[in-house]
Write a protein that binds this ligand. Structure first.
Ligand code: NAD
Length: 375
């Protein structure tokens, strides 16, 4: 038996944002609270959304101060703002950070508590306020997932919080909102999505349903991401990467992520490396380490992405896959951890704690090759 969890209402494609009022009405929602960040407020996107809603007689409130890699403090501030009005749903507008903030606020508004009490192994299945996700990056797939990631700034821990309550009820997936992303953000968020697709496919919890989504996603992202990075105005490439990120989100939310994400979260939390970038730094090396656990699956990734011909032998395909991932990092100017400035002395001090935090998130247990604490 496979249980599947997907957003109930999806509008996808160029101009999908205009469907927001109709989607809210279909869902019986009439008083949204929008959580977004400073860029969305300054760029005029928040105004555009509020005007769109007002034209449909839907009054909304807004919190424009979500922060990258949302912290407990920023979640508390957004929750306090929501409580000053009367709202029946929460919209996350922006990259993964505002969407994840919205998810946690939606749960706390209904159930109380704190993010620290909700981290894995706790599973929050009982729904909070309905969540509407409007991504502006093509990366996290948070619009389709049952997880949110909140940083406890006191312990520098990126807490994974999981359960049905975090699954958006409505996802508005409009690639036009990603056209403003600069090259570095495009590359980092795109590799995050590629990592979701690959990890969902090699995950021990993969199913035929998640396989189909993961393979479609990795093929799309592998081909379109370099084009979107070279030519940020390419609507076709933007659409492919956005759709791939959404497919990858659905795939990993119903399978899982694995060792790359498990190790990436502590690096992000302790060294403040953007989520997509820490995934990118790890993906080739962890793939190289993991291939023996699922050689034929990794070989399929290489074939589907067009890295090797369809008749390539598994071992050769895996070798080519690792080489292509390393080459892709060079092409997209992904720095090594040391050239990015992660100090070796601090790194060594934190290794034991980071390994503990990685394993505690549960993600590494889904990797085809499961590491020990020492490894
Ligand atoms: P982000 O939301 O942190 O945004 C990064 C920066 O990009 C911000 O300054 C933002 O204003 C800017 N930005 C966003 N959209 C833009 C656009 N269209 N044009 C120009 N600038 C834009 O970045 P992200 O990578 O999307 O999200 C990362 C967060 O998502 C991390 O906290 C990560 O842990 C989390 N995450 C969550 C899930 C999930 O399923 N819940 C999955 C993966 C990652």
């Amino acid at each position: 038996m496979t249980a599947l969890y997907l957003p109930s209402l999806v509008r996808i494609g160029g101009g999908a944002l205009n469907e927001l009022p109709a989607a809210l009405k279909q869902a019986g929602l009439s008083a949204p609270f929008i959580i977004t960040d400073g860029f969305m407020a300054k760029s005029g996107l928040l105004d555009r959304v509020q005007t769109l809603l007002a034209e449909a007689d839907i009054q909304s409130g807004a919190f424009p101060d979500a922060v990258p890699d949302p912290t407990v403090t920023s979640v508390e501030a957004a929750l306090a703002a929501l409580k000053r009005g009367v709202y029946d749903c929460v919209i996350g507008l922006g990259g993964g950070s505002p969407i994840d903030t919205a998810k946690m606020v939606a749960v706390l508004a209904k159930h109380g508590g704190t993010p620290s009490h909700l981290k894995v192994p706790h599973v929050q299945d009982e729904a909070g306020l309905p969540i509407i996700a409007i991504p502006t990056t093509a990366g996290t797939g948070s619009e389709a997932t049952r997880v949110t990631v909140i940083t406890d700034e006191k312990t520098d821990e990126k807490m994974l919080c999981a359960g049905y309550a975090y699954l958006p009820h409505i996802a508005i997936v409009d690639y036009e909102l990603t056209l403003t992303m600069p090259r570095r953000l495009t590359a980092d968020t795109g590799i995050d999505a590629l990592t979701h697709a690959m990890e969902a496919y090699v995950s021990k919890r993969a199913s035929p349903f998640t396989d189909a989504l993961a393979l479609a996603a990795m093929k799309r992202i592998w081909h379109a991401l370099p084009i979107a990075c070279k030519d940020p105005s390419s609507r076709e490439a933007r659409e492919q990467v956005m759709q791939g990120a959404f497919e990858a989100g659905m795939a990993f939310s119903n399978a899982s992520v694995a060792l790359v994400h498990g190790m990436s979260r502590p690096i992000g939390a302790h060294f403040h490396v953007a989520h997509g970038l820490s995934n990118a730094m790890l993906l080739p090396e962890i793939t190289a380490w993991s291939v023996t656990g699922a050689q034929s699956r990794y070989a399929t990734c290489a074939r589907v992405m067009g890295i090797v011909p369809p008749d390539a032998e598994d071992g050769a395909a895996c070798t080519a896959l690792v080489a292509a991932l390393r080459e892709r990092n060079r092409e997209l100017d992904v720095p090594s951890p040391s050239s990015y400035g992660l100090q070796e002395s601090r790194w060594n001090d934190l290794l034991t704690l980071m390994a503990e935090q990685a394993l505690a998130s549960g993600s590494p247990a889904n990797n085809p090759r499961v590491p020990s604490h020492t490894e």
